[in-house]
Ligand binder design. Structure first.
Ligand code: NCD
Ligand code: ZN
Length: 346
């Protein structure tokens, strides 16, 4: 059995770092194992212009722990007012690596998202010309649609029409949670990738709801039934370069999760990489781990694979801190519910 594994330094292709005291608390957790991350723009107010992205990047760099080997890759939050020229300049300067589409109201801090997709068509066309990826939160927000169906319905109603209207647009379908999304991505000819989170490879909807409601497993898109989780594990461990890790690590302080109307988001920055080693080992696919966590995303984003490495070592079951402290309060670290034998040792 493999006891030690050295792979290129992983990247996180979907990460929430927040701002202020929370940023300061969670950034070291990501920077410990990851070399780069696509930074979500859903602050309050959101990161909508190149100037906003530059200012947010400066705040991230100011919060960076001493000696960290980590580069934040900034994104812009698409609104109906987004200026295609501003996006193009930010991309050409290497400041911005993607634009994020939130359907209005889909998730945490998405009220400024897009309602009328025709209004943002000029932005999509410009992005297609310059090869800038669109990161998509793929859920419809129609109150008539069941929460467990929102991803599948989004593919038919929104994503496929966008891709037909602007075929050259490069799209990342983010945090996919269904076999429908896996099938859609694998059926595409080109220009479509998908991120998968650590937690969606581990939990299904029973983990959230059976034996009591577990708020730290509640995230959006919500975890689906077991057959979908198995489809995600199959996609992630298959070696298919269209699938790559985007943790969607989304910290909320405990009081905001453990209450009458808890926020969506799982915090996995601390243990995502050891968890991935455990999941891939269980699937008999440790040889595919480096593709999923370190290579496929870089290729999609047209960036070099990291020149530095990390080493994972297998040993006795390890423990992770149950919580990290932020200046705003405690944040619970995702608990996979099974023993983890891998640690990052170098
Ligand atoms: C994210 C957050 O908290 O910002 N929450 C989540 O459940 N994933 C928003 C998001 O990415 O949907
Ligand atoms: Zn997210």
């Amino acid at each position: 059995m493999t006891q030690s594994l050295t792979i290129p330094r992983p990247d996180d292709w979907h990460l929430h770092l927040r701002d202020g005291a929370m940023l300061k608390a969670v950034l070291p957790e990501t920077a410990r194992h990851f070399g780069r991350a696509i930074i979500m723009p859903n602050l309050v107010p959101p990161v909508v212009t190149a100037a906003d992205a530059a200012a947010y990047k400066a705040r991230i760099m100011a919060a960076m722990p001493e000696g960290a080997d980590f580069t934040p890759l900034m994104t812009l939050y698409l609104t109906e007012e987004t200026d295609p020229a501003d996006v193009a300049v930010a991309a050409s300067e290497g400041l911005v690596h993607a634009v994020k589409l939130y359907p209005a109201g889909a998730t945490t801090n998405s009220a400024s998202g897009v309602r009328d997709f025709d209004k943002v068509r000029p932005v999509f066309e410009r992005m297609a010309e310059i090869g800038l990826p669109l990161c998509v939160h793929g859920e419809v927000t129609d109150s008539e649609v069941d929460i467990f169906d929102r991803e599948a319905v989004f593919i038919d109603r929104v994503l496929d029409p966008i891709r037909r209207a602007v075929p050259e647009l490069r799209v990342v379908m983010e945090h996919v949670t269904t076999s429908n999304a896996v099938d859609y991505v694998t059926s595409a000819e080109a220009g479509l990738g998908a991120t998968i989170t650590a937690h969606h490879l581990i939990i299904n909807r029973n983990h959230i709801l059976v034996g009591g409601i577990r708020p730290h497993y509640y995230c959006l898109p919500v975890a689906k039934r077991e057959s979908h989780r198995l489809a995600l594990v199959q996609a992630a461990t298959s070696g298919d370069p269209r699938f790559f890790l985007g943790t969607d690590s989304a910290p909320h302080v405990d009081p905001a999760k453990e209450c009458g109307c808890g926020c969506a988001g799982c915090f996995t920055a601390t243990n995502a990489i050891p968890l991935m080693a455990e999941v891939f080992e269980r699937a008999g696919a440790l040889d595919k781990l480096d593709g999923f966590v370190s290579r496929h995303g870089a290729a999609f984003y047209r960036l070099p694979v990291s020149a530095s490495t990390i080493t994972l070592t297998r040993g006795d079951a390890t423990t992770f801190p149950a919580k990290i402290e932020s200046g705003d309060g405690p944040v619970t670290v995702f608990d996979p519910g099974f023993p983890v034998h891998w640690t990052v040792t170098g």
